[in-house]
Write a protein that binds this ligand. Structure first.
Ligand code: MLT
Length: 398
């Protein structure tokens, strides 16, 4: 063929981090068929959906099978019942988010990747280490990225001061808190610094709050809109995946307040136009299930699941404390980000862990240069598997 392809794809890694890990594990399994592998790599939930969510799914599916309650295409931005429930969820968190600024989608990953469509060729600021979607989707669009370093000194929470030698003017800044992969979370002061910086430099913050439900400390904001100026400079992207166990069902949302404006346009108008053209909405049963997740009953059941995962995280944290291994996360997050013992490179540690302890984790390097000697473990497994992993790790670390 003589067509041209998007040459920017030549600038991203050949395969996506988690696909790469999966194929290494598959190869190991093929030559070690009896190995009892414990998976603590991809942050995928393992507890089943709670009863209120499952019965909402059943009920909505039954409705789809009856003439009088059948529904065709869903609204592109989400059914009013779900946008209202998400708005109420924000009210419970103490902030006001109008349902008209909420856009329901099939998950945070899609929105984080797709938001690039409505933005031009801006300065892009991304912390390193980071969830690879922000980086790859900007490289696919040919954008240059300025990385800011997360490291042991700043607790993997870089602040705008890291940009003091750069001339930032109208940048798109990606933040994730509690962070994937490091589990570190900005407190109110830390997040306010970023909002102030965005206001001062005419920048936009894309705020990924997918792990918000894991926050237990009072001084950590659950939403960027706890900082009032964020209504003018921030888009928030969230997900039902981690808090409600929807990794398989797929549902998330993006908030774009009407007060976020650039180039003479409300960004929400551009997003509406983008979604109406390229997206046909989330299925009715899934939106009913998401609505059920946000009821009092749903939240109660989901909080129990989150506590379960956090108990796993504390098991891992306890082991690392006892071995004096530096780590972040585990408290307001399902992720533990640890320094590879003995200064080992993260892929070498990955291989060692897989071969000697049959544990799969995620090498920090997959999240950027700043992760080269770090490693991520997730607490999303079963309690029994986590306990066994901790025992195996203890034996490995000596
Ligand atoms: C992760 O392991 O980083 C996440 O599961 C990836 C995702 O949410 O897409």
């Amino acid at each position: 063929m003589r067509i041209k392809i998007n040459e920017n794809f030549g600038n991203i890694k050949e395969s996506y981090l988690f696909s790469d890990i999966a194929s290494r594990v598959k190869a190991y399994e093929a030559s070690n068929p009896d190995a009892k592998i414990i998976r603590m790599g991809i942050g995928d939930v393992t507890l089943p959906l709670p009863e209120p969510v499952v019965s909402a799914l059943h009920k909505a599916s039954d409705e789809m099978g009856k003439k009088e309650s059948f529904r065709g295409y869903p609204p592109e931005y989400g059914y009013a019942f779900l946008r209202d429930s998400i708005s109420t969820h924000y009210a419970v968190l103490g902030v006001s988010v109008d349902p008209s600024s909420i856009f329901v989608s099939d998950g945070a990953k899609s929105d984080l990747g797709n938001i690039v469509d409505i933005l031009g060729d801006n300065q892009i600021v991304i912390p390193d280490p980071v969830y690879p979607v922000y980086v790859d989707s900007n490289i696919m669009s040919g954008h240059n990225i300025t990385f800011i370093n997360g490291n042991r000194d700043n607790g993997f929470l870089p602040s705008p001061s890291e940009l003091s030698d750069k001339n930032i003017d109208g940048a798109v800044i990606y933040l994730c808190s509690p962070n994937n992969p490091t589990g570190a979370a900005y407190d109110r002061n830390g997040l306010s610094e970023w909002v102030d910086f965005a206001m001062k430099t005419g920048s936009l913050i894309i705020y990924d709050s997918a792990y918000e439900a894991f926050i237990s400390d009072d001084n950590i904001p659950h939403t960027i809109y706890e900082i009032p100026d964020a209504y003018e400079c921030a888009v928030e992207i969230c997900s039902f995946s981690k808090f409600a166990g929807f990794t398989g069902l797929r549902c998330g949302w993006t908030v774009i307040p009407s007060t976020v404006k650039a180039g003479g346009h409300e960004l929400s108008a551009l997003w509406k136009r983008r979604q109406a053209t390229k997206f046909n909405g989330v299925s009715y049963p899934v939106q009913r299930a998401a609505e059920a997740a946000l009821t009092d009953e749903g939240i109660k059941a989901l909080n129990a699941n989150i506590e379960y995962y956090k108990k796993n995280a504390s098991l891992i944290a306890k082991l690392l404390d006892s071995k004096s291994i530096f780590y972040t996360g585990g408290k307001n997050s399902p992720y533990i980000w640890l320094e590879c013992p003995g200064g080992q490179n993260s892929w070498d540690f990955f291989d060692r862990l897989l071969h000697e302890a049959q544990i799969v984790g995620t090498p920090g390097e997959g999240f950027g240069k700043g992760g080269e000697s770090y490693f991520r473990l997730t607490a999303f497994g079963s309690y029994e598997a986590t306990l066994e992993a901790v025992e195996r790790l203890e034996a490995l670390l000596g």
